[in-house]
Design a protein around this ligand. Structure first.
Ligand code: NAD
Length: 194
């Protein structure tokens, strides 16, 4: 059986380094094409993905900017026609660690909880919380639009739909049998419905 990522399109923020880059390379090994968003230059990650004979696009993105998050997803759709997977990996770390508490506090360590600057901490929240939310929101809106388009293109004409089937289609009581919220896949009619 092939990989679940074969032929999929993945949007990855923070893809210029660290976890984001490692994810991009691993996904490419599994057969995915990659759209990278990062403040930093992503061309090395693009090179690594292309070496695996998958396509990659880098979009300069500041995930604390709503317009950038939306533009990243729009770029993926413009390039590949859809988005299948999203990974919000852009992040920064300045939070205080709990090791060597006295030493670090006494030494004036700016990341120690007693010294941390309010604006610096606000930046952490902006990138690690708000940025992730805005990335995920842009991805979810696109995926829902794709799911709606897939439903309308696979749905039978209204006059041929029996009431019981129409109810099943709306309520979808057993996700595994008709639609999968996880993958946004839709099949009609639901398996086993005759
Ligand atoms: N590596 C770990 O073991 C580990 C463990 C726990 C949590 N984390 C957290 O996960 C996140 C990613 O970790 P990493 O090791 O990959 O870090 P990293 O610094 O290697 O990569 C983070 C990437 O995010 C990008 N980035 C930062 N702010 C951005 C913004 N506003 N818009 C777009 N891109 C932005 C950076 O340019 C960088 O390429 C960080 O928040 C980190 O604190 C990492």
């Amino acid at each position: 059986m092939g990989s679940a990522l074969e032929g999929k399109v993945a949007v990855i923020t923070g893809g210029a380094s660290g976890i984001g880059r490692a994810t991009a390379v691993r996904f490419a090994q599994e057969g995915a094409d990659i759209v990278l968003g990062d403040l930093a230059d992503g061309t090395e990650t693009v090179r690594l993905v292309e070496k695996l004979e998958r396509q990659a696009v880098f979009v300069r993105t500041d995930t604390t900017r709503e317009a950038d998050c939306n533009a990243l997803v729009a770029a993926a759709v413009a390039e590949f026609g859809r988005v299948d997977v999203g990974v919000a990996s852009a992040g920064i770390a300045t939070a205080a660690g709990m090791s060597n508490v006295e030493t670090r506090a006494a030494g004036g360590d700016a990341t120690h909880v007693v010294n941390i600057d309010t604006d610096a901490f606000r930046k952490v929240l902006d990138v690690n919380v708000l940025g992730v939310m805005m990335t995920d929101r842009a991805l979810a809106r696109q995926m829902l639009a794709q799911a709606a388009a897939a439903r309308s293109s696979t749905s039978p004409p209204a006059q041929r739909r029996s009431p019981s089937r129409a109810r099943r289609r709306t309520a979808c009581p057993r996700p595994a049998s008709g639609c999968s919220p996880r993958s946004w896949r839709w099949s009609w009619p639901p398996p086993g419905s005759g």
